[in-house]
Design a protein around this ligand. Structure first.
Ligand code: HSE
Length: 463
C-alpha cells in the first residue's frame, strides 16, 4: 500500500517541487510507456510533468512516464531527459514494470498491432485513435476482456471534453434518447469563418491550412468522416449497440456556399456540421451532415474550433458538453484522465470496474439503423431557375404532389440575365419524398443547376 514518506514544501506553481513531492510522498508508482511522441504525445508528457504533484494528491500514487517509442524522434526535449527513448515499441511491451501502454500514433496500422501486442502482454492500453476504435474496436475490446486489461479512449472523441467518462459514469442512469454534436473543430472553424466573414469555403480552408488549423489533407474533417468515427463510438456507448462506419450516412461541408449561409441567416439559422442520432427504441438514426441549426439553439453558438456534444437522457434531460475538441494540451489532458482512471483501478485491485464501452460486453447488441429515407425533418432548398412566369407554381406543384408542405419562400429579384435562386423552407417532410421531388424538379428545363438541399434541425429533435 502507499506509504507517506518525506514531505516537501510546496510553492504553488513550482512544478519541479510538485514532481519531487509526487515521487517522494508515495512509494507506489504506476509506470507508463508511450508510443508516438507527436503533438498529443508531447502534450500528454507535459501534462504528466506539470500536474505530477496534483495527480499524486488525487491518486495516492505517482504516474511515471518510463519509456517513449518513436521511430522519427532522435532526442526528447530537455525536460524529459529522464525518460528512455527507443525506436522499438516492443521494448515497452516486454518491460515488466510498465503497467499502461499509450498509443498516440494514429491510423490503423501499425497502431492496431501495437495495441493487440500490448494487450497480449497484459498491459492496459490508452489511445486517442478514433479511426481505430470505431472500425476495429470490437477486436481490441474482445482481446482486452480476455486478457483482463482496460482500454481507455477518452481522447478519441471531443479532445479535452470528458464525453466518454460522462457516458460511462455521469449519465449511467439514463436511457440516451438523442445525441447531437459538433465534433470536428476544423469544420466548425471553417463554417464559422464563412458565416462571420462571408468568405467562400476554398478561401477559408486555404487560410486555415496556412495557419496550421487544418490538415494538409483535410478530407476526413471536411467530408464528415472524422465526425462519423466519433459518432460511431458515442452511439456504441450510449445505446450498447454495435455501430459501424457504414451505418452512418455521412455528408461533408464542401458544397456549402456563402449564399446558403446568407439565406440561413435570413431564416434565423446557422449552418453546422452536425452528428445526429435519435433513439427510436428498436431502431436508431445515425447521420452526419450540414444542418441548419436555429440561432437560439445552444449548438448554434459553438464558435471557432470548439466542439459541443448535446445529449438528451430520459432522467437527466438535456446535457451540453462544450470545449476544445483538439490540441496538444486539451487532448493530453484527456489521455492523462484515462491513465489516472486505470491507475486508480490498479492501485485498488479493481481493474475492469467500469466496462470500457459502458455496457457489459455480452449486452452490446446489434440494433438496426433507421434508413435515411425514413428520416423526417424540415428542409431548405435552393433551386436555380430561369426567371419566367409559372416557375414557382410548377415547383410548388411538384412539392405538393409529394406531400411536402412549404413553410416559406424567398425569391430575390433578377440582377442580371440568367438563373435566379428560389429558396424554399418546408415543414417536416420525409427524406424519401424529398429525394423524389428534388429529382423531378432537377429534371425540369427551367431548372439551371442541381438543387441544394440542407436539412433543418427542428427544436423538437431535442427529445
Ligand atoms: N481533426 C479533428 C478536428 C481533431 O478538427 O476536430 C481530432 O479529432
Amino acid at each position: 500500500m502507499c506509504t507517506n514518506k518525506n514531505s516537501v514544501n510546496l510553492i504553488p506553481g513550482d512544478i519541479a517541487a510538485e514532481r519531487i513531492f509526487a515521487q517522494e510522498m508515495y512509494m507506489k508508482e504506476i509506470k507508463v510507456g508511450l508510443i508516438g511522441f507527436g503533438t498529443v504525445g508531447r502534450g500528454m508528457a507535459q501534462v504528466l510533468m506539470d500536474q505530477g504533484g496534483r495527480l499524486a494528491k488525487k491518486m495516492g500514487a505517482a504516474v511515471v512516464l518510463k519509456k517513449v517509442a518513436d521511430i522519427a524522434v532522435s532526442q526528447l526535449p530537455e525536460q524529459f531527459a529522464d525518460i528512455k527513448l527507443t525506436k522499438d515499441a516492443q521494448e515497452l511491451f516486454d518491460d515488466p514494470e510498465i503497467h499502461i501502454v499509450v498509443e498516440l500514433i494514429g491510423g490503423i496500422e501499425p497502431a492496431k498491432s501495437f495495441i493487440l501486442q500490448a494487450i497480449a502482454k497484459g498491459k492496459h492500453v490508452v489511445t486517442a485513435n478514433k479511426a481505430l476504435i470505431s472500425q476495429h474496436g470490437r477486436e481490441i475490446f474482445d482481446a482486452a476482456a480476455k486478457a483482463g486489461v482496460e482500454v481507455g479512449f477518452e481522447a478519441s472523441v471531443g479532445g479535452g471534453i470528458p464525453v466518454i467518462k460522462a457516458l460511462k459514469e455521469g449519465l449511467v442512469a439514463n436511457r440516451i434518447l438523442s445525441i447531437m454534436g459538433i465534433m470536428n473543430g476544423t469544420a466548425n472553424y471553417i463554417l464559422n469563418k464563412m458565416t462571420d466573414n462571408g468568405v467562400p469555403f476554398d478561401a477559408v480552408l486555404k487560410e486555415a491550412q496556412e495557419k496550421g488549423y487544418a490538415e494538409a489533407d483535410p478530407t476526413y474533417d471536411v467530408e464528415g468522416i472524422d465526425t462519423a468515427h466519433k459518432l460511431a463510438i458515442i452511439m456504441t456507448m450510449a445505446y450498447g449497440m454495435q455501430v459501424s462506419l457504414d451505418d452512418i450516412t455521412t455528408e461533408g461541408i464542401t458544397a456549402i456556399e456563402p449564399i446558403d449561409i446568407d439565406f440561413a441567416k435570413e431564416f434565423g439559422y446557422r449552418i453546422k456540421l452536425l452528428a445526429i442520432s435519435r433513439n427510436h427504441g428498436d431502431h436508431v438514426e445515425a447521420r452526419v451532415h450540414p444542418t441548419m441549426v436555429p440561432e437560439n439553439h445552444m449548438l448554434a453558438s459553438i464558435g471557432g474550433a470548439y466542439n459541443g456534444i448535446y445529449f438528451t437522457g430520459d432522467m437527466v434531460g438535456n446535457v451540453l458538453l462544450y470545449g476544445l475538441g483538439a490540441g496538444m494540451m486539451p487532448t493530453g489532458s484527456a489521455v492523462v484522465a484515462d491513465i489516472v482512471d486505470i491507475a486508480r483501478n490498479i492501485i485498488h485491485g479493481a481493474e475492469g470496474r467500469v466496462p470500457c464501452l459502458s455496457y457489459m460486453p455480452d449486452h452490446i447488441t446489434s440494433r438496426s439503423i433507421t434508413p435515411l429515407e425514413k428520416i423526417r425533418c424540415p428542409y431548405y432548398f435552393r433551386i436555380s431557375v430561369v426567371d419566367e412566369p409559372g416557375v414557382l407554381s410548377t415547383i410548388s406543384g411538384i412539392l405538393g404532389k409529394n406531400s411536402i408542405s412549404i413553410e416559406s419562400v424567398i425569391q430575390k429579384s433578377r440582377r442580371q440575365k440568367g438563373a435566379v435562386p428560389i429558396i424554399i423552407r418546408t415543414y417536416e417532410a420525409e427524406e424519401s419524398a424529398v429525394r423524389k421531388a428534388v429529382a423531378e424538379i432537377d429534371s425540369l428545363d427551367i431548372v439551371a443547376d442541381k438543387t441544394v438541399k440542407i436539412r433543418i434541425l427542428d427544436n423538437s429533435e431535442e427529445s
